[in-house]
Write a protein that binds this ligand. Structure first.
Ligand code: NAD
Length: 363
């Protein structure tokens, strides 16, 4: 099979969908891999590394789309790529189709088969191709929080770990899933005073077992949330109700209870955010202030640490790219399993119930 890796064209996107080692693995199995020139540069991976691994270089994205049977990407196809997609081509990338009717219609019209990272579910029911980006965003939330708590960034001028004789910052983490537990781990390492809230008691039990002594677990109810945000220097929003809009746990009027210069990092912004005043921001202009509270709500946090994110993503995706290349599109669909589950569009029809429901379409 011919596998193609175009350079990402979405703004602020520095990741690439395949590492040189992934190329090596595919070529060793008899496949051809065509990589667009400079596709890896944003992640510190020069063309020479790909050539050495056995890839062929293409001068443009259009060349990659024209030749490849399977296109492997990071972000959903952008409007300028729609016309390049060929009928019968296999696409393997993040799609998040339910968020865009335009993209969904374009994928139906293209006649391509869309394998979506975000709906690939493993035997334990987990979403292994979403997890690495939640790990990155969770860890990064504390790094960003530390920065925006600095006075020149409009924060309260608080050092997360304090110093001997001065107490550390109090960090409240709303949601103890992948993002929240990774945030807690890094916050604990900074020696901050951390509270992590969740509604899932089993999850709280687990976190209580594994977290160090400066992380406390709390049941997430309205009373506790209000108590916590009054104490917090930094609030991390990391709740998720799969498939649904994030619940707004902190309302606009609650912000008045918070300390001036405190910081909210609402990682859940991609699902609407769990703070009422959240609105999506970009790496170019990441923060805004409401009622003296600094809000950081960047919807693609992992993009800023492209190199780490590329390696984290490819570690998870490459085994599935290899499997898809070995089975072929129809083979992957015929073999019941995670790859078949990940198909969102096939033969000009939506095959994923959640996406179809989002637009009132049949599937
Ligand atoms: P997850 O499913 O692992 O964790 C979500 C947690 O929220 C669960 O433990 C759940 O029990 C808990 N929860 C649900 N309702 C709650 C409530 N009322 N109070 C407290 N906790 C509650 O999800 P995740 O992988 O950690 O992702 C969290 C969010 O971060 C998602 O919206 C995800 O899309 C987003 N995300 C954003 C970025 C970004 O760049 N901004 C990157 C990665 C992930």
């Amino acid at each position: 099979m011919i596998i193609g890796v175009p350079k990402e064209v979405k703004s602020d996107e520095y990741r690439v969908a395949l590492l040189p080692v992934g190329v090596e693995e595919l070529v060793a199995r008899g496949h051809r891999v065509i990589v667009e020139s400079s596709a890896g540069v944003g992640s510190g991976l020069p063309d020479e590394d790909y050539l050495r691994a056995g890839a062929e270089l293409a001068a443009s994205g259009a060349d990659v789309f024209e030749q490849a049977d399977l296109i492997v990407k990071v972000k959903e196809p952008q409007p300028e790529e729609f016309a390049l997609i060929r009928s019968g081509q296999l696409l393997f990338t993040y799609f998040h189709l339910a968020a865009s009717r335009e993209l969904t219609d374009a994928m139906i019209d293209s006649g391509a088969t869309c394998f979506a990272y975000e709906t690939l579910r493993d035997a334990k029911g987990r979403l292994p191709l979403l997890t690495p980006m939640s790990e990155v965003a969770g860890r990064m939330s504390i790094q960003q929080g530390a920065k925006y708590l600095e006075r020149p960034q409009m924060g309260r001028g608080i050092l997360l770990g304090g110093v001997p004789g001065v107490p550390p910052a109090h960090i409240t983490i709303l949601g103890g899933g992948i993002v929240g537990s990774n945030a807690a781990k890094i916050a604990a390492g900074f020696q901050a005073d951390v509270a992590i809230l969740d509604v899932d008691l089993d999850r709280l039990r687990y976190l209580d077992d594994i977290m160090p002594a400066n992380v406390n677990t709390l049941y997430s109810d309205r009373h506790t949330i209000l108590e916590q945000i009054q104490r917090a220097d930094l609030v991390v929003g990391s709740v998720l109700i799969p498939g649904a809009k994030a619940p707004q746990l902190v309302r606009k009027e609650d912000l008045r209870l918070m300390k001036p210069g405190s910081v909210v990092i609402d990682v859940a912004v991609d699902q609407g955010g769990c703070i009422e005043t959240t609105r999506p921001t970009t790496h170019g202009n990441p923060t805004f202030i409401v009622d003296d509270v600094v809000h950081y709500c960047v919807a693609n946090m992992p993009g800023a640490v492209g190199r780490t994110s590329t390696f984290a993503l490819c570690n998870a995706t490459t085994p599935w790219v290899i499997r898809l290349a070995e089975l072929g599109g129809q083979g992957a669909i015929d073999a019941a399993g995670p790859l078949r589950e990940s198909v969102n569009v096939h033969q000009r029809t939506i095959t994923n119930a959640a996406v179809a429901n989002a637009f009132g379409m049949p599937h």
